[in-house]
Ligand binder design. Structure first.
Ligand SMILES: Cc1cc2nc3c(=O)[nH]c(=O)nc-3n(C[C@H](O)[C@H](O)[C@H](O)COP(=O)(O)OP(=O)(O)OC[C@H]3O[C@@H](n4cnc5c(N)ncnc54)[C@H](O)[C@@H]3O)c2cc1C
Length: 460
C-alpha cells in the first residue's frame, strides 16, 4: 500500500536516523542533501584521526541507504539561494518534510575588526581539515600565535589539529580564551588526553594565580583545579611536545586590530568577573582591557542555523511551536509567527532544532524522538501523493542539478577506498566536488560499462 512520501532535508546523523525510522514504518522517504556524501558532521566534523568511529558510522549509514524505499539525492542544497527552494519542494506535495540540515550559520560577536584576515569560525575550520568542498579550497592559514575562543571539545579538536596533525609549520603557542574560569571547562577528559602533552603546566599555574581572587568570589579554590577540570596538573606531560597550549580565563575578545596586510595582529580582550547565578556561574565584564598578540583567531563558540534555508527564523534558531500543552511534540513542529500556526507537516530535528547540541548519539535520539511525532502526524493526516523518486530525479536533471544517488555514493566510497589503498593511507577523501563526480563516473564506467551517468535520468 502506498502510504505517502516524506522528504528529509539533510543527511547528517539526524537526517539519516530520521529517514530510517520513517522508511521502516513503510513510507517512501526522499533525502535531499547539500553535500555529495551523506554523513554531515560525522563525515566532515568528527576528527579525521577517529578512523574507527567514522568508518563505523559510515557503514551504518550505508546500510540505511540500502532500504529500497529510501532514496537519496546528494549535491542538492535546499535554500532560498539554491537550485531548490522549500516552495519548490512543497510543489511535489510530500506528506511531511523533516528538516535535519544541522547548524550551518555562523555566530558573529560583532567585534570591531571582525572582517580581518586570519579569523575563522570553528565550523568552517573543521570543514577545511575534514575536506568538505568548497572549504577545502579556501585559505585557513595560521601563524605562530593562535587564539581559540571557547573551551569545549571542538576547541580540543582544533588545538589537536594545529599542534599535531596540521601539515606544514605548526604554531608555537595556541591560547584558549574563555569568558569564565577553570572550573567551567566544557571539554571531556578523554578528548583533552590527546593534547595534554602540549599543556604548559607552569603557565596554567600562573594563570590560576592570576584569576585566583576573582574565582574565589564564587567559592572556587584553585587548589581543587587539579582534582576536577585539569587532572593533568598532577602529572608531567606524557611525552615532550613542541607547541605550547595555554589558557587565559575570565577574558572575552572585544576588538581585532589588523596589520598592514589586513591580517589580525592584536586582539583586545576584556577582563571578566565571575558571579554566581543559581547553581551556575556567569561572567561579567569589567572596564579593564589588554592587547594580546595573535596572527590567527578561531571562534569555537557553537553555531546557529542558517536563515537562508527559508524556514521561519529568529535569533539563530528555526521557530518551533510554543504550545505548552504538549511541549515535547511542539518542540519539533515548525511554527509560523505570521499566521500564529504550525506549518503543517513540517518538522525540525537534530542540530537544526537545537544548534551545536551534543554528540551523534544525541542527534540520533532527537531525530528518532521527533519522528515518533512525524509518524503520529502522518497516521492522522489527509493522504497526499508525491511523484516517485524517479520522477523527482528527472525534474532535478531538467533543472540542471547534478545530483548524486545512493548507487553513486557507493561508487564514490569504492573509489576513495581504492585511493587510500594505493597511497597506503588509513583513509582518503577527494577534496573537490568535481573530483568526486569524476571518480564516480570512472568507477561506474568500470563497474557498469554503457550505463547512464549520474544526475541525468536514472532513479535515486
Ligand atoms: C568539530 C566537531 C567534532 C565533533 N566530534 C564528535 C565526536 O567525536 N563524536 C560524536 O559523537 N559527535 C561529534 N560531534 C557532534 C556530531 O557531529 C553532531 O552531533 C551531529 O553530526 C549532528 O547531526 P545533524 O544531522 O543534526 O547535523 P549535521 O551533522 O551538521 O548534518 C547536517 C546535514 O545537512 C546537510 N545540509 C545542510 N544544509 C542543507 C541544505 N540547505 N539543504 C540540504 N542539505 C543541507 C549537510 O550537508 C549535512 O549532511 C562533533 C561536532 C563537531 C562540530
Amino acid at each position: 500500500m502506498d502510504l505517502g512520501t516524506v522528504f528529509v532535508i539533510g543527511a547528517g546523523p539526524a537526517g539519516l536516523f530520521a529517514a530510517r525510522k520513517i522508511a521502516t514504518a513503510g513510507y517512501e522517504v526522499v533525502v535531499f542533501n547539500r553535500d555529495i556524501k551523506p554523513g554531515g558532521l560525522a563525515e566532515y566534523g568528527i576528527y579525521p584521526q577517529k578512523f574507527h568511529m567514522k568508518a563505523g558510522l559510515r557503514k551504518q549509514f550505508f546500510k540505511f541507504l540500502e532500504m529500497p524505499n529510501l532514496h537519496y539525492f546528494g549535491n542538492v542544497p535546499v535554500s532560498n539561494n539554491a537550485a531548490l527552494s522549500i516552495g519548490e519542494l512543497q510543489q511535489w506535495n510530500p506528506s511531511a518534510v523533516v528538516y535535519s540540515v544541522g547548524a550551518q550559520g555562523t555566530k558573529k560577536l560583532g567585534l570591531p575588526g571582525e572582517e580581518s584576515k586570519g579569523l575563522y569560525s570553528a565550523k568552517d575550520y573543521v570543514f577545511n581539515y575534514n575536506q568538505l568542498p568548497p572549504f577545502t579550497s579556501m585559505d585557513f592559514s595560521s601563524g605562530r600565535r593562535v587564539a581559540i575562543i571557547g573551551m569545549g571539545n571542538v576547541m580540543v579538536d582544533i588545538a589537536r589539529w594545529l599542534l599535531q596533525d596540521m601539515p606544514g609549520k605548526k604554531p608555537e603557542e595556541v591560547m584558549v580564551i574563555a569568558r569564565r574560569g577553570p572550573f567551567e571547562v566544557k571539554f571531556d577528559e578523554k578528548e583533552f588526553d590527546h593534547i595534554e602533552m602540549h599543556l604548559d603546566r607552569q603557565a596554567l599555574q600562573d594563570e590560576l594565580r592570576r584569576v585566583e581572587e576573582r574565582i574565589r568570589a564564587c567559592d572556587q579554590e584553585i587548589s581543587k583545579v587539579s582534582d576536577t577540570s585539569f587532572p593533568w596538573l598532577k602529572k608531567a606531560a606524557s611525552r615532550p611536545a613542541e607547541g605550547r597550549l595555554t589558557f587565559r580565563f575570565l577574558t572575552s575578545p572585544c576588538a581585532v586590530k589588523p596589520d598592514a596586510q589586513g591580517r589580525i595582529s592584536r586582539l583586545t580582550v576584556i577582563e571578566n568577573l565571575l558571579l554566581r547565578k543559581g547553581d551556575t556561574t556567569v561572567s561579567k565584564s569589567t572596564d579593564q582591557t589588554i592587547d594580546l598578540d595573535f596572527d590567527t583567531l578561531i571562534f569555537a563558540i557553537g553555531d546557529v542555523v542558517d536563515p537562508a534555508l527559508g524556514l521561519p527564523y529568529e535569533k539563530g534558531s528555526y521557530l518551533t511551536n510554543p504550545d505548552s500543552s504538549d511541549a515535547e511534540r511542539a518542540a519539533y513542529e515548525v511554527f509560523d509567527p505570521q499566521t500564529g500556526k504550525v506549518l503543517e507537516g513540517q518538522f525540525v530535528v537534530g542540530w537544526a532544532r537545537k544548534a551545536s547540541d551534543g554528540l551523534v548519539g544525541k542527534a540520533r535520539f532527537d531525530a528518532e524522538q521527533g519522528c515518533t511525532y512525524v509518524l503520529k502526524y502522518l497516521e492522522a493526516a489527509a493522504k497526499k501523493t508525491a511523484p516517485a523518486a524517479a520522477e523527482i530525479a528527472k525534474e532535478l536533471a531538467r533543472k540542471n542539478r547534478q545530483f548524486v544517488n545512493k548507487d553513486a555514493v557507493k561508487l564514490l566510497a569504492r573509489a576513495e577506498e581504492a585511493q587510500a589503498k594505493a597511497r597506503n593511507l588509513p583513509a582518503f577523501k577527494f577534496s573537490k566536488n568535481e573530483e568526486m563526480l569524476a571518480a564516480i563516473e570512472k568507477e561506474r564506467a568500470t563497474a557498469f560499462p554503457g550505463k547512464t551517468p549520474s544526475g541525468k535520468s536514472e532513479a535515486a
